[in-house]
Ligand binder design. Structure first.
Ligand code: ATP
Length: 654
């Protein structure tokens, strides 16, 4: 140390008693100003100005050594000659203060006093007294405390800003529903937030023991498949710990082959694991090449936060993708399964009508006896049209009481009635975007009909006990086995609703009127059930075919289907013989066999007709109107026919 320079250590400094009040006042100001400021630059400006006045210094600066010297803030006119760096170094090395002036301690030019660590406060001016050093040192220390507080505040504020930005980004993640665009969005937003070059998401395919990088920028197709045990990502997913690399090429864990593939040079990176809501690692999130130096601890914290949000969004999007895929598969299966089998002209016409109607939203009324295939026709309309990927919901109106029907169709709010313990979503809402099939519409009460009509006209529903109008987009297909036109005449069915539902009518004849369909349907069901029974497809023996065709099928296609189901499971041989179905079909059928032997065709026809009518009457328990319907005749024609055939008409009841 040269003459005229004095170094002080903290332990040896004493502030002269007479300076104490001003010093206290100054330190108080240094601290309280810190509370008013939120950034270090403005604070230092203010603090250096206060110190300048207090010490009568013409220049003040804050110098740091890391290891080169830098002046991070200054106030006043900087002296012409070079700054006394050795004096500054001395002050830092001693962790105290230094004064430079004349040997007697008269006013000199410099005081350097440590603020903290590698930072010091430097004062210059002709009025600086050696006796000022202890006060400058105390003020320097206070300045240090204040700067530390401001530093903490600044990093807390920075963290808040970063968290806010993370939340903002997470909100955009939640809006993106599909996986691939979501991954690209995450990468794009993260690079912006973290001021880096690239970001990649690595999805871990545990079964295949590989990780899929997406988006892998610079790689054709944007995707890259890598083994799951290599490189930094491999280590992160297996250990569940984040890795920060400041110089990639000097880190042995870094897999340079990825750079070789993409032609990109990785300098620094930050890689964090991605965990799903159950804490299972689903992949990793990597950021590459930060623009201003390597990634920091604060970056790590922010990326970990971002990765949690990204993982949730990725998981949701993947589950959604999965649901959509399986829905599509199911729809394809159902669409393939909805086949209208039959060779009769009636079925061929129905198929072409359905093909034409499927693409429209026209209301369709399907008419036909029970089991003729009304629901199959409704499904074909739905699954062959644009609503196929939305739900097909069927409601049997006959099975529901008036009160139940309303809540079933429109839903109810919790507490709407005594048993309404929870909110119930109605069938209209469940069928949103798709089709609602109202089976047995003829059995709906007049009150229910009025409500249904209103919904069809206004296209909104209100849940029972609710007040909110919920818009609906549902195609309605209705069906009935009753004579709706007659019900309208008898005022049991609203005419306006009838017209609204029956814009187009599809009439399905009973199976007995389309005997060409019996064998194709029987074969279709037989094949399907043989598959289920795990046996080779069964043949139908010619006699068995004849017997099936001769049957009157009062239960229509449903009866045939059920019969074939039992046969597929029970027939002992590779062919269905008449005996295999004899015990299932009505035993009365066998009586027809006798007719064939030894009598003329006219007699046989007459006896056949007598027998046939007798059975029809028996089947409907003697109700002549029903029997006439079953036989496809008007009731008066049935009586006439019976008389012609010499049958006892009195046996019939109404
Ligand atoms: N043309 C057809 N092709 C294939 N299967 C059919 C056909 N018609 C009916 N079925 C089958 O017959 C059974 C009964 O058909 P469906 O339920 O559609 O009749 P429905 O007229 O709606 O009866 P209900 O009035 O009693 O509800 C179902 O198993 C259906 O798959």
């Amino acid at each position: 140390m040269t003459t005229g320079e004095i170094a002080f250590r903290d332990s040896t400094t004493r502030v002269p008693a007479e300076n104490a009040p001003e010093l206290l006042d100054l330190c108080d100001r240094l601290l309280s100003r810190a509370a008013d400021q939120s950034d270090r630059a403005s604070y230092l400006n203010q603090a250096l100005s206060d110190l300048g006045v207090e010490f009568g210094a013409s220049w003040l600066g804050i110098a740091t050594r890391q290891p080169d010297w830098d002046i991070v803030a200054e106030h006043g006119r900087r002296p012409q000659n070079d700054l006394p760096w050795p004096l500054f170094a001395e002050a830092l090395d001693r962790d105290g203060g230094c004064w430079s002036g004349d040997a007697t301690g008269n006013p000199g030019t410099w005081i350097a006093s440590v603020v903290s660590g590698n930072t010091l406060l430097a004062l210059s001016g002709s009025r600086l007294n050696r006796a000022d050093v202890p006060s400058a040192m105390t003020a320097g220390r206070y300045l240090g405390h204040a700067l530390k507080c401001l530093g903490n505040l600044e990093s807390a504020l920075h963290r808040v800003t970063q968290l806010r930005a993370t939340l903002e980004i997470a909100r955009t993640f939640a809006r993106e529903k599909e996986t691939q665009p979501l991954l690209e969005l995450i990468a794009h937003e993260s690079t912006k937030l973290m001021h880096c070059d690239r970001a990649s998401i690595f999805i871990w395919d545990r079964e295949q023991k590989q990780i899929v990088a997406c988006p892998a920028l610079g790689v054709e197709g944007g995707r890259l498949w890598l083994p799951d045990n290599k490189g930094i990502v491999g280590e992160v997913i297996h250990s569940g710990n984040a890795i920060r690399v400041d110089d990639a090429y000097s880190d042995p864990r870094f897999d340079q082959s990825v750079d070789r593939t993409s032609g990109y040079r990785t300098n620094n990176l930050l890689c964090v694991p991605m965990q799903d809501s159950d804490g299972r690692c689903i992949g990793a999130f990597e950021l590459i090449n930060k623009h201003d130096g390597p990634f920091t601890d604060a970056d790590l914290e922010a990326v970990e936060e971002l990765s949690i949000q990204a993982a949730i969004a990725v998981q949701n999007a993947r589950e959604r993708d999965h649901l959509i895929r399986s829905n599509r598969q199911l729809t394809e299966q159902v669409t393939g399964g909805v086949m209208i089998i039959g060779d009769s002209p009636a079925v061929a016409a129905m198929r072409s009508t359905i093909d034409r109607l499927a693409a429209t939203d026209l209301p369709v009324l399907i008419l036909g006896e029970s089991g003729t295939g009304k629901e199959v026709a409704a499904q074909a309309l739905h699954y062959h049209g644009p609503r196929a990927e939305h739900p097909f919901v069927a409601v049997n109106c006959a099975a529901l009481s008036e009160t139940l029907l309303e809540s079933e169709l429109f839903g109810h709010e919790k507490g709407a009635f005594t048993d309404a313990h929870a909110t119930h979503v109605g069938k209209f809402e469940l069928a949103e975007g798709g089709t609602l099939f109202l089976d047995e519409i003829g059995d709906m009460s007049l009150n229910g009909q009025a409500k249904l009509l209103r919904v069809l006209e206004q296209k909104v529903i209100t849940r029972v006990g609710g007040s909110q109008a919920i818009p609906i987009n549902v195609r309605v297909i209705a069906a009935t086995n009753a004579n709706l036109a007659e019900a309208v005449r008898e005022k049991r069915f609203r005419q306006d609703l009838f017209y609204r539902l029956s814009v187009v009518t599809v009439d399905i004849p009973p199976l007995r009127e389309r005997s060409e369909d019996v064998i194709p349907l029987a074969m279709f069901f037989l094949d399907r059930f043989c598959q289920q029974a795990n046996r080779k497809p069964l043949e139908l023996a010619p006699d068995a075919r004849r017997r099936l065709q001769a049957h009157s099928w009062p239960g229509n296609v449903r009866e045939l289907r059920n019969l074939m189901e039992r046969v597929a499971f029970l027939a002992p041989g590779p062919r269905v013989e008449p005996n295999d179905i004899a015990f299932i079909l009505s035993p009365e059928r066998d009586a027809f066999d006798d007719l064939a032997e030894g009598i003329g065709l006219t007699d046989a026809t007459q006896r056949f007709q007598q027998e046939y009518i007798r059975r029809a009457i028996k089947r409907v328990q003697g109700n002549m109107s029903d029997a006439a319907r079953l036989l496809g005749l008007h009731r008066s024609n049935l009586y006439r026919k019976m008389r012609q055939l010499g049958m006892e008409v009195t046996e019939a009841k109404e």
